[in-house]
Design a protein around this ligand. Structure first.
Ligand SMILES: [Fe+2]
Length: 198
């Protein structure tokens, strides 16, 4: 069975300053913030994507047509200022329609000899991560939450000032609270086995 994608789930870039990034994309580009994540420290899913995500903010913007643009602000990753400037992507995610399609894609990749780096349930989406021959991190993901301006997935209890202003009363209305490990559950890969023993 072949992989069946339906466009871009999200493309993830690096932000040198998340508040500045939010101001630009909301005020200038008119992209609503639809996901805010405050990742715990240490990195909750090391190895899934490049960089040290410990303590990172990860926000998604709705860019129309059901597609999203995502940014990481990583306080512990020294490469961010350089990569942010040249527009280097961190990873790209392709959307699949359902959990069954995600499972089918996983079986297909394994059959083709492509190692699955990680499988993660992010609550708002479920994803598998792997690499292309260049080492570019690819993700296949299925949404499990609307992640729309009307129903955003908000997990960051302390969004940046511009984000707080942009979200208005949605911050209280939609804020979801998870345990200290955040909203992600590593199902396989990375150091999942190690983490299971913590
Ligand atoms: Fe992603």
């Amino acid at each position: 069975m072949a992989i069946k994608t339906k466009g871009v789930h999200h493309m993830a870039f690096l932000s040198r300053d998340m508040d500045e990034t939010v101001r630009f994309y909301t005020d200038v580009m008119n992209f609503p913030v639809v996901v805010t994540l405050q990742l715990p420290d240490p990195d909750p899913f090391p190895g899934a994507v490049p960089g040290d995500l410990g303590g990172a903010k990860h926000y998604f913007f709705d860019i129309g047509n059901g597609d999203r643009l995502a940014f990481f602000w990583c306080p512990k990753d020294e490469l961010v200022p350089t990569f942010a400037k040249i527009g280097a992507g961190n990873h790209i995610a392709f959307a699949v329609e359902s959990g069954a399609e995600l499972e089918a894609a996983k079986r297909h990749l394994i059959a083709k000899g492509v190692p699955i780096k990680s499988e993660i349930d992010h609550t708002f989406c479920r994803s598998i991560y792997f690499e292309d021959p260049n080492g570019i991190t690819l993700e296949l993901s299925v949404y499990q939450h609307p992640c729309t301006p009307e129903q955003p997935f908000l997990q960051d209890p302390e969004p940046t000032p511009a984000t707080r202003k942009h979200l208005g009363d949605k911050q209280e209305k939609f804020l979801l609270r998870f345990g200290e490990r955040g909203n992600a559950t590593v199902l396989s890969g990375g150091n999942a086995a190690e983490r299971a023993n913590i």
